[in-house]
Ligand binder design. Structure first.
Ligand SMILES: CC[C@H](C(=O)O)C(=O)SCCNC(=O)CCNC(=O)[C@H](O)C(C)(C)COP(=O)(O)OP(=O)(O)OC[C@H]1O[C@@H](n2cnc3c(N)ncnc32)[C@H](O)[C@@H]1OP(=O)(O)O
Ligand SMILES: [Co+2]
Length: 137
């Protein structure tokens, strides 16, 4: 794990939360992006070397929608930047962590992502992110 890539925050209304976090952080988000595969719309704020990712569900089947059926808006996950996501998945499997999607999937902000089940990570939903480099496209 090289650094915290982002903190994911589940929100009900992206526009409203964008305005709130712009006030809080003293800067506007640098991008919004829909991730069809996750049925989310995201918005990113750069904070030093890490980011805040706001997530709104785009349909009721979204993991964010399901989360908000049971819990209040708030911190949803923590994402770590990794150099080699496949190698990290193998390492973490060996350490007994439960991998939710062994095959990395398309994330936001030009990343491949994997999630670990919170029941094996002390109750924290963990995301691994690997930058998709230009020559690997
Ligand atoms: C990829 C785009 C973007 C990016 O950064 O690039 C994203 O970050 S997308 C983020 C949204 N997508 C995901 O979160 C995908 C991974 N998540 C899942 O597969 C599910 O949400 C899962 C398995 C974590 C929970 O599924 P579900 O809600 O259907 O199950 P339960 O409600 O039964 O929960 C089981 C158990 O886990 C606890 N839980 C659920 N969500 C969280 C959470 N975010 N943080 C911590 N704990 C969580 C829940 O409370 C249940 O615990 P229990 O003790 O059994 O009550
Ligand atoms: Co994320």
């Amino acid at each position: 794990m090289r650094k915290i890539e982002h903190i994911g925050i589940a929100v009900q209304d992206l526009e409203e939360s964008n305005a709130l976090f712009a006030k809080l952080l003293g800067k506007k988000h640098f991008k919004t992006e829909k991730v069809e595969g996750e049925a989310v719309e995201t918005s990113f704020f750069q904070v030093g070397e890490t980011k805040v990712e706001l997530l709104q569900a785009t349909n009721p089947n979204s993991a964010i929608a399901k989360y908000l059926e049971k819990k209040k808006p708030g911190v949803h996950h923590i994402a770590f930047d990794v150099e080699n996501i496949e190698a990290e998945v193998e390492r973490l499997k060996g350490e007994g962590f439960e991998i939710l999607n062994e095959t990395p999937k398309q994330g936001a902000d030009n990343k491949l992502v994997v999630f670990l089940h919170p029941r094996t990570t002390n109750g924290v939903l963990v995301e691994l992110c690997q930058e998709i480099s230009v020559n690997s496209k």
